[in-house]
Design a protein around this ligand. Sequence first.
Ligand SMILES: Nc1ncnc2c1ncn2[C@@H]1O[C@H](COP(=O)(O)OP(=O)(O)OP(=O)(O)O)[C@@H](O)[C@H]1O
Length: 399
Amino acid sequence: MVNSMQSTSAQQSQLNSHYLTLDNLIVSFGETEVVKSLSMQLEQGEIGCLLGFSGCGKTTALRAIAGLETPQNGKVILNGKTLTDINQGSIKIQVVPAKRDMGMVFQDYALFSHLTVSENIGFGLHRWNKADKAARIKEMLELVELSEHANKRINQLSGGQQQRIALARALAPKPDLLLLDEPFSNLDMMLRESLAAKVRDILKRTNTTAILVTHDQHEAFAIADKIGVMHKGKLAQWATPDELYHEPNSPFIAEFIGEGAMIDGIIEQGVIKTALGDIKRYPEPIHSHYHEMDYETYFAQGEVCEYDFPNGTKIKVLIRPDDIVHDDHSPQMAMVVERVFRGANFLYRLRLENGEEVLSLISSHHDHPVGSMIGFRPLMAHVVLFQGSELDVTTWQRI
Ligand SMILES: Nc1ncnc2c1ncn2[C@@H]1O[C@H](COP(=O)(O)OP(=O)(O)OP(=O)(O)O)[C@@H](O)[C@H]1O
């Protein structure tokens, strides 16, 4: 009895040790479970993102965090306060949305068109005294760089400016958590990327903890410290952008995030034999010294450890475009099959000797026509393997 009480309080203090914890959140509409056992944590000042195809349950998850949906199960703990505690339909705690100290920015901004910019920003500050309210509005206008528009009506502003006003209004009451639901989807592509970077900068400067929902991975990568890829209601992986790209935990994530190609390999004597040559496994680099060294120096050290697969295991290896480096002096050659202009770079599709194809990102100073042979070297800092025979059934093997 004592033991089980001890373990319960240990579990509770574990949940409380993060700034935001979602624990086993389940949201259903009728018989359909739309959010399935969602668990994740964020620390204060971190920006999280739920990323996924339309209909995967991201907005529903966000609404459950805001208290706008009542989950069937799970906990939401923010800044030491339990906001939701529901055990299989039995509600212990469900704090109403207005008492959650959260700000929200929606897709359509939901600004009040009959109010001025300043009045919109001050809308949530009704309990503040007049002087503090005016000072906070001024501060927010400066933060989003729209001070000169303070007295304008909302419809006199561009879409991007309206988006920043919506952000200023949500940040003004100093929320414990900011929720952003597809905040850039009404803007054109160019504006989206620059605004995403600006919003990240504003959130970081104000040490705001935030969760963004989007279907756009460029947006997710531009803003978030941690990204949760949702697939059919489940969190498929919760990781930093770098980990998602270089260490996807399933073929689904590998395909969903970024670009790449899978090539065949077979384990022999602890290394993977592929059409790119032998791929060796290097020890995890110690962060600081790894950054001081370029890839080549690091790989030239030659410390190799073996893959934990028996000889003969068939493997698929994920090759990213930045793993294949163009080098005119390399003896390894491939044929250019296709190339796409990306401004600073070309994305080349290269055919290897055995017919397999890989992608390579090459500076657009190098102009190699389709059909020509070019030299390259594989330089992989992270090798992602999926056991070949089981690839189609979403099993994978991490090194
Ligand atoms: N109030 C509701 N009643 C019944 N079903 C709902 C309700 N809200 C959402 N759903 C369903 O739940 C599923 C997930 O919806 P949700 O809006 O969370 O997905 P999403 O990933 O945010 O997609 P989108 O990007 O298109 O908004 C969808 O199949 C949707 O039709």
